[in-house]
Design a protein around this ligand. Structure first.
Ligand code: GAR
Length: 218
C-alpha cells in the first residue's frame, strides 16, 4: 500500500489543533499523515504531543536568525526536505514573509480564532469580546502574503455571552477549531477546492456555510 501524503504542521504553543489533526489522521478521517511538526518555541507542548504520536519534530528558534526571510528560508528547507504536500499553521505565532508563502503556492492553510476579516492578528477572542460582537468563531483559510487575509475555506460560528471572559470565549471557539481544521484538510485533499479570486468553491457542491449544514433546525 502506498504511503499517505505527508503534511507539515507548524506550531508555537499548546498544539491542541495539532492534536485534532493527529487524531483525525489516525482515525482515517483525513487522507494524510503528519510528517513533521515544527515549532519556533522549544517549550511548546505541541512538541510533546507530536512525539507521543511518533511524529518527528524540529525546533527552529526565530531568535537565531538575522531577519524574517532567513528564518522562513530555513522552514522552507525543512518542509521541502520532508516532502510535505500541505503546510498547516496551527497556532504558529509568527508572520511569514513571501519567501515562505511563494514556496508553497495555495498549499498553506492557517486557522484563526475569529470570523475573518474581523479581528485578525494575535488576539482574536479578546478583540471580539471588547468590540461587543454577539457572534464570533473561527476561520480556516489559505495563506496569502497578508496577515489573515487569504481565501476562506471553512468558518464556524459561536455565540458570545454576556458573562464570557477571553478564556471562556477562546475555549468555545477552540472546540470548533478542532472540528473545522480536519474538515478543511479533507476538502484540500479531495481536490475539489477551487480558488476563484477571494472565493473558495467546492466543485460540485453549493457553498453553504458550515453553520447551517450542522444546525438541524435551519
Ligand atoms: C488557536 O486558537 C489558534 O486559532 C490561534 O492560536 C491558538 C493555538 O492553540 N492562532 C492564532 O491566533 C493565529 N493568529 P493550539 O496551540 O492549542 O492549537
Amino acid at each position: 500500500m502506498s504511503e499517505q501524503p505527508a503534511i507539515a504542521v507548524l506550531i508555537s504553543g499548546s498544539g491542541s489543533n495539532l492534536q485534532a489533526i493527529l487524531n483525525a489522521s489516525e482515525r482515517g478521517e483525513i487522507p494524510c499523515r503528519v510528517g513533521i511538526v515544527i515549532s519556533n518555541k522549544a517549550d511548546a507542548y505541541g512538541l510533546v504531543r507530536a512525539e507521543k504520536h511518533g511524529v518527528p519534530t524540529e525546533v527552529v528558534d526565530h531568535r537565531g536568525f538575522p531577519n524574517r526571510e532567513e528564518f522562513d528560508a530555513k522552514l522552507v528547507e525543512i518542509i521541502r526536505g520532508n516532502g510535505a504536500e500541505l503546510v498547516c499553521l496551527a497556532g504558529f505565532m509568527r508572520v511569514l514573509t513571501p519567501v515562505f508563502v511563494r514556496a508553497f503556492p495555495n498549499r498553506i492553510l492557517n486557522i484563526h480564532p475569529a470570523l475573518l476579516p474581523s479581528f485578525p492578528g494575535t488576539h482574536g477572542p479578546g478583540q471580539a469580546l471588547s468590540y461587543g460582537v454577539r457572534f464570533s468563531g473561527c476561520t480556516v483559510h489559505f495563506l496569502d502574503e497578508g496577515v489573515d487575509t487569504g481565501p476562506i475555506i471553512v468558518q464556524a460560528v459561536v455565540p458570545v455571552y454576556d458573562e464570557d471572559t477571553v478564556e471562556t470565549l477562546a475555549a468555545r471557539i477552540l472546540v470548533q477549531e478542532h472540528r473545522i481544521y480536519p474538515m478543511a484538510i479533507r476538502l484540500f485533499f479531495s481536490g475539489k477546492l477551487k480558488i476563484e479570486g477571494r472565493r473558495v468553491r467546492v466543485s460540485g457542491e453549493p457553498r453553504i456555510p458550515e453553520f447551517f449544514h450542522r444546525n438541524p433546525d435551519a
